[in-house]
Design a protein around this ligand. Structure first.
Ligand code: NAD
Length: 441
């Protein structure tokens, strides 16, 4: 089939490349020259493991192309997918400007019978309102709009697409539903479950799934606080509850609070939809507040520990190394990352911060003025009173703690991902403060 993907970001580029890999002919349309330029030159402007190889192979086979929004490929497309951004608007509700703009651009250029599939995460009712917009622009209702939410996770996006837990397609039009079923046949024939609903249900499924996952993280983070207060250990407690088959062991890691391009904005949009429609999502509203408070509290915790270690009235400049800017390991995405809350709070308190991240340094540096940057974690730790780990990169799990301690001037190690063994840190002479377990004396 002929596919046009509008937006070549994390979702559009991955999905476009995977659909080409499955045998479709795909044109990825990108309006930002900073992304389109490298793509046309054979480079990948984002970090996603394995993606460069798939893109390269599909380009060579001729099944994957990159174009600007003027592309003639729109006129012959069977399916046009919208994978543009849907950021938070003013009151937390979703900002659909990019969706509406893209729909207006493509509407007059599609052939009758083409299907528009909304891959972006959008609130209930969006597919129907976009269908009305497209019909007005064309002067005919001959192009259907379906909802096809994406569930891939950055860092494992290829596998998440090709061996998805499920594909969800919401279509109010039977013919369009048939086109989407044909599009995904190479995956459903391999046994990937396929859920066909109406557009409203598909839109709600995406938000409800993210709300469920974010709730688990929010719950386990507060549980970690309770473990600390009661003298328990979150790792043992989550092991004990995770073995209950109704609960399961996944998504029970305590940490600095959820971030990234999806959970924060999607929970906000979910809550805003509830308020708008008179069906308040009070549990999610409380989750959002708790998660924000958690990120703020982390910086307070670091500052308090630094103050406690200052000698008497002598106040000298404090230095902190922050390891991990990406919102999670495996990506260069820093949107709503814990570092974006913690680092500004530290610098505002007069702390000198040196940062490190194996993939997200440039993205973070653009948003965190006044921070120094190091090429490796040991250089970042040079002269630091404290080292703070915010992202669960594998290289931080394997840190040589003796070497780290030697470079530092203090001995505070905040392990906000519980990557390191407190005993090994103690042997290296470091006071390792984790999440949800007793702090060293
Ligand atoms: P992104 O910002 O990385 O990519 C969006 C791209 O669309 C940008 O490169 C932008 O320049 C381009 N664009 C915007 N308007 C355009 C237009 N009219 N024509 C051509 N290009 C245009 O965003 P993303 O992370 O890929 O997310 C896209 C959507 O998918 C969002 O709704 C998001 O919530 C959802 N989603 C994201 C993830 C994820 O892990 N990132 C997972 C599931 C769903």
């Amino acid at each position: 089939m002929n596919i046009v993907m509008i937006g070549a970001g994390y979702v559009g580029l991955t999905t476009g490349a995977c659909l080409a890999h499955l045998g479709h002919s795909v044109t990825c349309v990108e309006s930002d020259p900073r992304r389109l330029g490298p793509l046309r030159a054979g480079d990948i402007p984002i970090y996603e493991p394995g993606l460069a190889d798939v893109v390269q192979a599909c380009r060579l086979s001729g099944r994957l192309q990159f174009a600007d929004p003027d592309t003639p490929a729109l006129g012959t497309a069977d399916v046009v997918m919208l994978a543009v951004g849907t950021p938070s608007g003013a009151d937390g509700d979703i900002d659909l400007a990019q969706i509406h703009e893209a729909a207006r651009q493509i509407a007059p250029r599609l052939r009758p019978g083409a299907v528009i599939a909304i891959k972006s995460t959008v609130v209930a009712g969006t597919a129907r309102s976009v269908a009305a917009l497209v019909a007005r622009a064309r002067g005919a209702g001959d192009v259907a709009v379906v909802s096809n939410p994406e569930f891939l996770r950055e860092g494992s996006a290829l596998a998440d697409f090709l061996t998805a837990d499920r594909i969800v397609v919401g279509a109010d039009d039977p013919a369009a539903a048939g086109v989407m079923a044909a599009l995904y046949a190479p995956l459903t024939e391999q046994g990937v479950p396929y859920v066909r609903t109406g557009t409203i249900d598909a839109e709600l499924i995406k938000y409800a799934a993210n709300a469920c996952l974010a709730l688990r993280i929010g719950f386990v983070n507060e549980l970690a606080d309770l473990c600390e207060a009661a003298g328990g250990d979150i790792a043992r407690v989550t092991e004990g509850i995770g073995l209950d088959s109704r609960i399961g062991p996944r998504f029970l890691q305590a940490g600095p609070g959820f971030g990234g391009s999806c959970f924060p904005k999607d929970t906000r949009a979910f809550a805003a939809t509830g308020r708008r429609l008179g069906a308040r999502q009070t549990v999610i509203e409380a989750l959002i507040a708790a998660n924000e408070a958690r990120k703020t509290a982390l910086a307070g915790r670091i500052l308090q520990a630094l103050d406690a270690r200052q000698n008497g009235t002598e106040r000298r400049p404090r230095r902190v190394a922050v390891l991990g800017m990406a919102f999670k390991a495996g990506t260069d995405d820093v949107r709503d990352a814990a570092a974006l809350s913690v680092v500004p709070a530290l610098t505002a308190a007069g702390v000198t911060v040196t940062g490190h991240d194996p993939k997200a340094r440039d993205q973070a540096a653009a948003l965190l003025p006044g921070v120094g940057w190091a090429d490796d974690p040991y250089d970042a730790a040079a002269g630091a009173d404290a080292v703070v780990i915010l992202t669960e990169w594998e290289e931080y799990r394997r840190l040589d703690l003796g070497r780290l301690a030697q470079r530092m001037s203090g001995k505070l190690l905040f392990d906000f991902r519980n990557l390191l063994c407190p005993d090994a840190a103690a042997r290296a002479g470091l006071d390792c403060i984790g999440i949800g377990r007793a702090a060293p004396p």
